[in-house]
Design a protein around this ligand. Structure first.
Ligand code: ADP
Length: 592
């Protein structure tokens, strides 16, 4: 690949940034090999004869005078069967293979490894037929990539013509599985495609997201839902539960494919993910979760520039599965580390700094990334839709959301789960603050909820949220003048909102049964709790009513058990509701 013809010379090395001159016809974002060690880098600025290169590997020991080789290609990922179950570094090198090649757990530099194993063979069944007219996105054949995912081998974007030959059988990813007759001649199509990571993969159109990503998290699904194809920001200070939230989503959400990008978080945290993930079992299928997962690991001890590559590689792989018609979710933990990498490189390039030293293009880069989320009508003649949901964690220093990375993220995401360290301190998990979080997808999902869950779901949800807001105000008053000053109705408000917090919102991610609640059950729990308010209000608002009589009701003791009811036994909620009605009406009889 390295041609002497395109050789240049290093003139300056500044951490991950290298300047070189003499490259022949260098291009923006061209991949280059830097120094005698041939480290992988990418041209990010061209000024006169000088190319600025960000290097994706540690540059220690590299110096001026060493060669730089142009490759002519842009930073691309391998796409094809074999992506699932992989664990990659930021530049799509399988960690296991580089470990074997470098002979230790420390990654040696300059190692070139294919993203997809070229020797492994896959059984493909032809779907297209000879004579079919096909274009980019049309399915040529299918490969059972893992027990969970049928991989669709598609015509690469930009190619169209007549199928001259299409094969079924066992092939490796570089062997021809179809021949397409085009205007420019016959094209051999292998299973393997390459795609430049900075270029969004094409689609026909974006579609309005209208289905929720079901996560099993009660706070998320009921109060702050994200649509399939939506984008969410999870800002939270250290220890507030970002990683646990992202991991629960990766485990339980109903996306068919998960891409998890661990971007420069603390080294040990990523190690946890790498150790834990391969052990996890999909609760829906009983299969290993890795069978639908791709992990991209980029710990803080890897060079900063690789973080940027990891984010782009991840989203390109995610788009590829979206193009097959799957619902894909990408989790990035944490995008702040990516932004810090941009800041470092920008500083070394002596660019004009923007707010807090971040480059002026922080917002546009962040927006470009999140805009790759969406529900799309996939490329190809077949009517196929795919969805890519992006969930990005942000780690604002000191939890201050006015900092540039949080602001840039919030501007482009429509859903915000504000993790709160005060709640973490009180051991209220998940720490999604119900007063500050929001989801602008709620109106999109209303029709789905009414049809699939219950006609009154949006109303029950809205009144529960209003109640929690009322609670916050009442608690301020209680702090000042005490409980005694409150009316019976206000006391009831406090009681029921406490139930919502403790018996609905609180959810233990580590408890086998509690960690996932199906949407219908979420609705029934909340509805039963809210019925206490509706029925109770009538009674306690009477002047002569003693609030303590209400508080003594036996049925209230059963509220914490509502979440233990089996999802198969929805009748138990009817029984509960009937008892609530009976015992509160009983109170009326007594007070009359
Ligand atoms: P962050 O990534 O924001 O630094 P973590 O996700 O590592 O924080 O969470 C910190 C700790 O909080 C976890 O180790 C766990 O003990 C606790 N925790 C977070 N979320 C939950 C949850 N949903 N259920 C139970 N415990 C949780």
């Amino acid at each position: 690949m390295n041609t002497e013809k395109k050789k240049g010379i290093i003139t300056r090395v500044s951490g991950p940034l290298v300047e070189a001159k003499g490259l022949i016809a260098p291009k923006m974002y061209e991949v280059v090999r830097v120094g005698d060690a041939e480290l992988m880098g990418e041209i990010i600025e061209l000024k006169g004869d000088i190319s600025s290169i960000q290097v994706y590997e540690e540059t220690a020991g590299i110096g001026p005078g060493e060669p730089v080789y142009g490759t002519g290609g842009t930073m691309s990922v391998d796409l094809g069967p074999g992506l699932l179950e992989s664990i990659y570094d930021g530049i799509q090198r399988p960690l296991k293979t580089i470990e074997e090649k470098s002979g230790s757990c420390y990654i040696a530099r300059g190692i070139e490894v294919d993203g997809i194993d070229r020797d492994r063979t896959w059984d493909i069944t032809a779907v297209a037929k000879v004579g079919d007219l096909v274009s980019g996105g049309d399915i040529l054949g299918e490969v059972q990539e893992t027990s969970l995912i049928m991989h669709k081998v598609m015509v690469p974007p930009g190619i169209s013509g007549k199928v001259k030959e299409v094969k079924s059988g066992s092939f490796n990813v570089t062997e021809t599985i179809a021949v397409i007759e085009t205007f420019e001649g016959d094209l051999d199509i292998p299973m393997l495609q390459k795609w430049p990571i900075r270029v969004p993969r094409p689609k026909q159109t974006k579609i309005f997201p209208s289905e929720p990503l079901i996560t099993g998290g009660r706070s998320i699904d009921t109060f702050f839902p994200v649509a399939k194809g939506g984008a969410v920001a999870i800002p939270g200070p250290f220890g507030s539960g970002k990683t646990v939230t992202q991991q629960s989503l990766a485990k339980y959400c109903d996306a068919q494919v998960i891409v998890y990008v661990g971007c420069g978080e603390r080294g040990n945290e990523m190690t946890e993910v790498l150790n834990e993930f391969p052990e996890l079992i999909d609760p829906n299928t009983g299969e290993a979760l890795m069978k639908r997962t791709i992990l991209i690991a980029n710990t803080s001890n890897m060079p900063v520039a690789a973080r940027e590559a990891s984010v782009y590689s991840g989203i390109t792989i995610a788009e590829y599965y979206r193009d097959m018609g799957y619902s894909v979710a990408l989790m990035a933990d944490s995008t702040s580390r990516w932004a810090e990498a941009m800041r470092e490189i920008s500083g070394r390039m002596e660019e004009m700094p923007g707010e807090e030293g971040y480059p002026a293009y922080l917002s546009s880069r962040t927006a470009e990334f999140y805009e790759r989320a969406g529900v799309v009508k996939c490329l190809g003649t077949e009517d196929r839709t795919g969805a890519l949901t992006v969930i990005g964690a942000v780690s604002p220093p000191g939890g201050d959301l006015s900092e540039p990375v949080s602001q840039a993220t919030l501007r482009v995401t429509k859903c915000f789960w504000g993790l709160d360290s005060a709640l973490a301190y009180k051991k209220h998990f998940p720490t999604i603050n119900w007063l500050t979080s929001y989801s602008l997808y709620v109106p999109n999902l209303e029709a789905y909820w009414r049809k699939e869950i219950a006609e009154d779901f949006p109303e029950v949800r809205a009144s529960a949220l209003t109640l929690l807001q009322a609670e916050a105000k009442l608690l301020e008053i209680v702090k000042l003048v005490g409980m005694e000053s409150l009316s019976n109705t206000e006391k009831l408000t406090l009681e029921v909102s406490r139930m919502i917090r403790e018996d609905f919102l609180f959810q233990n991610a580590f408890d086998k049964d509690d960690s996932y609640t199906p949407p219908m059950k979420q609705y029934r729990i909340l509805k039963s709790i809210m019925s206490i308010l509706t029925i109770g209000k009538e009674v306690v608002s009477r002047d002569e009513f003693e609030y303590s009589d209400f508080a003594k009701l036996e049925i209230l003791k059963e509220v914490p058990k509502l979440k233990d009811i089996s999802p198969d036994d929805m009748g138990a909620y009817d029984t509960f509701d009937a008892k609530v009605s009976e015992s509160i009406t009983g109170l009326v009889a007594v007070t009359k």
